[in-house]
Design a binder for this molecule. Structure first.
Ligand SMILES: [Zn+2]
Ligand SMILES: [Zn+2]
Length: 259
């Protein structure tokens, strides 16, 4: 089992990190992919503590679209910031999360796009797969991925919330699809259809902790151990076992990110 996307170096886990890690291991997690914000020094410092407690974690570092506005004067500086933080953390295996968020629009869209582009270029230079965050921005996301030849490094659409057409588009350009706890929500009907059609060798599972706790933990802080609930929901939808889903996700993670 794998949690392919969590934020356990954030302040929400500072007080009980040991217990969170112990529960994750007890749940059978071999790895967790911990996402770090390149512009968040406390989180980057805490990441070293996480790696001491759990040597099998790996990191992905990037400038989130929400933070793109900090780099409005010089979008290329976002990539330089990510580059230097990646150089400082030897357990880094991915670049992200990066992308576009037109739902919250925390940064101007043209700035988000430039910061996204610059980081895809960095990913290609460093030969790192990317972790994509995209919300209400499907057309621009695919356009930029194509224009910047992102398929050269590949990666994952994290916390996928699109429909089946969007899933097919992501798969067609060689990307993986990662499903989070939303797939356990009874009203997420289209996402549950997506869960049925993603090929087993392109599927990842994640918690996005501390966000998006799955049923029956909805509304509380999420944590990596709960990824088992995501695997269970997908297994039910595909009429297979939780072990099959967990093992496939684990193998896909290893193939994609070389942990
Ligand atoms: Zn995200
Ligand atoms: Zn995230």
């Amino acid at each position: 089992m794998i949690d392919a996307h969590c934020h356990i170096a954030g302040p929400e886990f500072a007080d009980d990190l040991d217990a969170v890690v112990e529960r994750a291991r007890d749940a059978g997690l071999a790895h967790a992919f911990v996402i770090l914000a390149a512009d968040d020094e406390p989180e980057l410092a805490q990441a070293r503590r996480v790696a001491e407690r759990w040597p099998d974690v790996r990191f992905s570092i990037g400038v989130h679209p929400h933070a793109a506005g900090k780099f409005a004067d010089d979008p290329a500086s976002a990539a330089r910031e990510a580059d230097s933080k990646i150089a400082d953390q030897p357990l880094t295996r991915g670049l992200g999360e990066i992308g576009l968020d037109y739902y919250y629009d925390h940064a101007p869209r043209d700035v988000q796009q430039q910061v996204f582009r610059e980081q895809i270029r960095l990913a290609r230079r460093r030969r790192l797969p990317i972790v994509i965050h995209t919300r209400d921005a499907e057309a621009d996301t695919f356009r930029i991925l194509a224009e910047e030849s992102a398929s050269e490094v590949g990666g994952v659409f994290h916390c996928f919330t699109g429909d089946r057409d969007m899933a097919r588009r992501a798969l067609a350009i060689g990307f993986h699809i990662s499903l989070a706890g939303i797939v356990t929500f009874p009203r997420a009907l289209e996402l549950r259809e997506v869960a049925r059609i993603v090929p087993l060798d392109r599927l990842l599972i994640e918690t996005d902790s501390p966000f998006l706790a799955p049923v029956p933990h909805r509304g509380k802080r999420n944590e990596p151990a709960h990824v088992v609930r995501v695997a269970e929901a997908i297994a039910r939808l595909r009429d297979t076992t939780v072990e099959t889903i967990g093992q496939a996700a684990q193998e896909n993670f290893v193939r994609l990110f070389n942990p």
